[in-house]
Design a protein around this ligand. Sequence first.
Ligand SMILES: NC(=O)c1ccc[n+]([C@@H]2O[C@H](COP(=O)([O-])OP(=O)(O)OC[C@H]3O[C@@H](n4cnc5c(N)ncnc54)[C@H](O)[C@@H]3O)[C@@H](O)[C@H]2O)c1
Length: 249
Amino acid sequence: MFKIDLQGKNALVTGASQGIGQAIARQLAQAGARVAVHYSTHIVDVRDYPGLAQAFQADLASPTQTRQLFRQVTEAFGRVDILVNNAGFAVDSPLDLDDDRWLADWQGILAVNLTACGILCREAVRHFQDRGGGRIINIASRAAFRGDVAAYLAYAASKGGMVSLTRSLARAFGKDNIQAFIIAPGFTRTKMAQQFIDLHGEELVLKDIALNRLTEPGDIAPMVAFLASGLADHATGCTIDINAASYVH
Ligand SMILES: NC(=O)c1ccc[n+]([C@@H]2O[C@H](COP(=O)([O-])OP(=O)(O)OC[C@H]3O[C@@H](n4cnc5c(N)ncnc54)[C@H](O)[C@@H]3O)[C@@H](O)[C@H]2O)c1
C-alpha cells in the first residue's frame, strides 16, 4: 500500500507555532515523526500536536540562538532526519523610508529568512553526513520567481536566496544521501496574509488564483510530508509551486 510513513524519523520544523509551520509540524507528527516544534515568542502547547512533539525556543535573528537550536534538538532527540525551514516574515519597507530604517528592515528580513536558513542547513548537512543522510525542505515563496511589490524587495530577495541555496545543497550533497527541496507557496491564509486581506479584501486575492478558495496551511503541509518521506528523492533540488496556478514556472 502507498503510505507516507515517518515512524522512527525525527524532524525539526521552524516557526511551527502557527500558520504554515504549525500545519507542517502536525502533518509530520500524524505521519509518525517525532517533531521538534520551534517557536519564537508565541509559546506552544505541544499537546496541540499529535505524537511525541517537543517545543524549542529560539530567535532566528540571532545566529548564536539559531545554531544552538539545532544542537539542542539533536541533543534531545539523539538525531535529526528532516529539517523544515519554514520561519519567515515580511514587513512593508518602501523605498522612501529613511536610509537607516530601510537598511534595518533589509538586514532584519535577510537575517531570519535567509541567514538562519543557511545556518540550519549547514548544521543539518554536517549532522546528516555523519548519519547516512537526511532531507531538507525549505519554504520559499512564489515571490522568489515572479517578484514582489516595491515594499517587499528584501522579502523576495531572501526567498530567491533560499531557492539557490537549496538547489546548491541538492547538487553538492546528493552523494551523501542528502536531499533538498523547495516549496514555493503563493498567497496562503495565515496571520502573515491576513493583514493584506483586511486591507484589500479576499476578492482581490481570489481573482489572482485559478481555484475557488484561498490556499490554507493544510494545502501546503501534505507535500512536505511527501517530500520528507523519501518517496520523491530523485526530485531533489526541485521547486514545488503551491499557488493555485497563480504563477507556475
Ligand atoms: N502566508 C503566505 O501567503 C505565504 C506565501 C509564501 C510563502 N510564505 C512563507 O511561509 C512561511 C510561513 O509563513 P506563514 O504564512 O505561516 O506566516 P506566520 O506569520 O503565520 O508564521 C511565521 C512563523 O515564523 C516565525 N518567525 C518569524 N520571525 C522569527 C524569528 N525572528 N525567530 C524565530 N521565528 C520567527 C514566527 O514565529 C511564525 O511561527 C514563511 O517563511 C513565509 O515567508 C507564506
